[in-house]
Write a new protein. Sequence first.
Length: 315
Amino acid sequence: MAILNYNHLRYFWAVAHNGNLTRTADQLNVSQSALSLQIKKLEDRLGHALFDRKGKQLVLTEAGKIALDHADAIFSTGDELVSTLNEQSDGTLRVLRVGALSTLSRNFQAQFLKPLMTDDTAGVTIRTAGLRTLIEDLNAHNLDVVLTNQAPVRTADEDWIVHKLAEQRVSLVGCPRRLKPGKNLAETISKHVVITPSVDNAMRVGFDALCEKLGVRPKIVAEVDDMALLRVLARDGAGLAVVPPIVVIDELESGALDEVTTLPSVAEHFYAVTTRRRFPNPLLKVVFDAAADFDGADDHHLDRPNANNVASAAP
């Protein structure tokens, strides 16, 4: 069996992302006929047409889409290898590429990444987006780790690992001047309007179940998944907020907010998602080692990641 020619694959990859043969040929400084010939050789090797021509545009066939997925992974892995070995050999700044769920507590992110903030040889890039987008970037090796408070659902063809970093208790917090303490939790909830996460959030699910158990119907004035906005609303006295104390730790310490009560059986979980790599980013071991003593999780440390496995995992 003939070996796959990766120069042919590289040319195909460039055209597939560009969508135009002439423009790609100009960018690669080759003739259009030479570029077409390279792609034709790849198609002959694979036994499938990779493009359909529609006007002046080249559109990927089903086989072309499969080939592009593999090419993306191949060249991304190659870039990762070069970057990793260059960093190890030339002493350049090591960078941990982090994806964070857009609604995730900023305080939690800062606490998790704190070990790198005091290291002159380490740096961090942080991208915020929705969970599916972040997982796609993780699979493409564009990110080293994804931080989230939602455990993602893995399909059979996805090879990534979910590490539970911590479990954080959830409380009712509010502006001191607006508080009306009740004799018990049910009465306290009844006396206030409440700000909660949206209905599909795990904290909201737990809060709704608790209210049902207490026999109380909370007056929900706002449903907010963005922890930064929820923090502002609570500080402005819009109502009691259902929130982990770590989210509003600065306000609690300054007295701008009071922790009214802990909500029994309601918790938020924090996760880190990684992929198995032959050359994992060594900074992952640094943050995971520190996460074993993470002080933002109270006394509820669950299923700590094995930093040694993270640093040495291979396909």
